[in-house]
Design a protein. Sequence first.
Length: 327
Amino acid sequence: MTSFSRTTNMCIEFLHQKLTRHVTPLLIIALSILLPQMASAGAWTLEKGHVWSKITVMSQATDQHYDASGNAVDMPADARYQSQQVYFDIRYGVTDQIDLGLQIPYLSNKFVDKDESNDVATPPPALETESGLGDIRGFAKINLVNSADLVGTLKLGFKAPMGDYREVPEALSITGGQWDFDVVEQQGRSFYPVAVYATLDVGYRCRGEYKDSDPNPDRSYTPGDEIVFNAEAGYSPIDKLLVALKYEGIAGAEYDALSNPGQPETLSQSVSYLAPTVLVGLHPNLSLEASARMTVSGNRYFAGPTYAVGLSFTGDLIEKSVRQGTP
């Protein structure tokens, strides 16, 4: 691999998810054993035979949400929303220009009383918390432009529901209950020999009808399609250290929801985040990442920061295993 490729890979890696400060030393040790470092992300694709994987833990606790007018307001009934999330991501370089990837999440969402940290009396106890396997995402990245300093890639993705969407209270549902399909254009630029990079992703998400195991003609909910975007810039001041700033979000189209007989509502959802990120290389194949994902604006979304910590590994382990097993 050339020095340019190494610098570019080091500058681009951290474009994925994040984790929480509540990671225990035992988990850190376990991840250090299971995983080891940095790979390219955004528009950059892996080398053929290389694997990139990451475990991310994210944590959010907030008592505010954005209302339909975009104002950050307190949640009703002195409620506080808590969400703990663990994501496992893996990506494989089929060729130098094509990657295949998968994301598997585990989610736990809960409402508590913000003053006494007791479970909220309403909604009913059976609805206060929900946890389990979330919707699985898969994607293919196809590199179309790869010049000395500019990369362009087409990303095609899907989200498969792992269960039924819970309408009340909808904030606790760990699944969207419907399929999504994404088409994203990704552009990346390296400013080598200066250790600086920039990326821009813009895409369209087509959202399907939600699945309901107990359909009710008096209720309906099918989310509007979304524009997804991500802009990021990063700098590596010294070897094995990367700092970056990421601006990302979604802008949803309007859709009609029916929660009461004969009373349809026209709704939309949007949110944007600013995420300062630090990435430290622990080993040639292992990196540690920390970020604070702060909401900038929104509409019918939770407000407040989400803290994240992640460990990622990259390497040609599959190729090595094949070579070592070949006489």
